[in-house]
Design a protein around this ligand. Sequence first.
Ligand code: BMA
Length: 300
Amino acid sequence: MPVQRFEKNPIITAGDIPFQVNSIFNAGAVKMKDHYILLCRVEMPVGRSAFVRAVSTDGIHFKVDSKPCLTPDQHGEWSPYVQWGIEDARITELEGNFYLLYTGYSSHLPLVMLAQTKDFEQYNILGPITEPSNKDAALFPEKIDGFYWKLDRPAAENKREIWISRSPDLLHWGGYQFLMQGESGTWENDKIGASSPPLRTKEGWLLLYHGVRGFGISSIYRLGVVLLDLERPWQVKGKSKIPILSPEKDYERQGDVPNVIFSTGWIVEDNQEVKIYYSGADMNVCLAMTTIDYLLSLCR
Ligand code: BMA
C-alpha cells in the first residue's frame, strides 16, 4: 500500500496541549502492551523544547499529559548540554527497556543524549553519547555480532551524512563507519539524517530517513526509505529513488518552518502495517500509513 496520509491530519496540534506551548512536533513512537505512546517535542513559550507524553488505544486519537515528562532541568550534571532544550526523541525497545536517543541543544551545539525508561514516567538519564555537533541518532532494536549499534549524523565542514557505530554497553561507542550520503543534485542534495529507528524485516533493516534540499533562504525536508544488511548493517542494500513523502498539504507547507516533513517515530503491526508519525512545518503531529511490503519494494 503506497504511503497514505490520514485524512484528518494533523492528529495533534498546540491547541490539544493542556499547558502553554508554541508548538508540538517530532514525536518518538512505540507500542507498549496495548497502548501507543508518543513522546512529543513541545517548544515552550520561551523557545526551548521539552518532551510530553501522549497516549492512545488506537494509534490515532491521542491524549496529551497535563505536563512535560522530561525537561532540561531534570538533567543534573548533564544540564550544560541541554540548556537550550531537548529535541526529537527516537525510541527503541531493547532487552526489556525503552531507550531514547535525543538532541541536547546548548551553546556547545547539538549532541546526542541517551536515556532509559520502562514506563515513560521515570527516566534514567545516561548522558551524552556523542560530542557536538551531532544529531538524528537512532538505536537498533537488538545486538548484532555481539554489539549494540546506532546511527547518527556528525557534522563536519559541509558534510551531513549518516554514520554507524557500535558499543559493548550503550555508553562507549567506536568502530565508526560512513553509512550513506545524499545524492548530489537531487531532493537530498544538502543533508540527510536517520528519521525513525531501524526495523527488522526479512530482507534487511528498514530505515526511514530525511533528505533536505536548500534553496538559499529556505529548504525542503522530505522522507525516503533505505534497506541495510541484517548481519552487516553498515552495508546499504538499496534505497528509494524518490521521496516517499513530500510537503504538499497546507499543514506541511505553512508553519514555523515551511515545507518540512520530519519523522522520528513509526510503529509496525503484524509485521506489515506501518504507522508513520511525522510533523508538518515543525507545528503538529501527523499520521501516514503504509506497509512493509511496499517500503521494501521501493528499495529493491
Ligand atoms: C532539523 C531538526 C528538526 C526540525 C527540522 C526542520 O534540523 O532541527 O528538529 O524538525 O530541522 O526544521
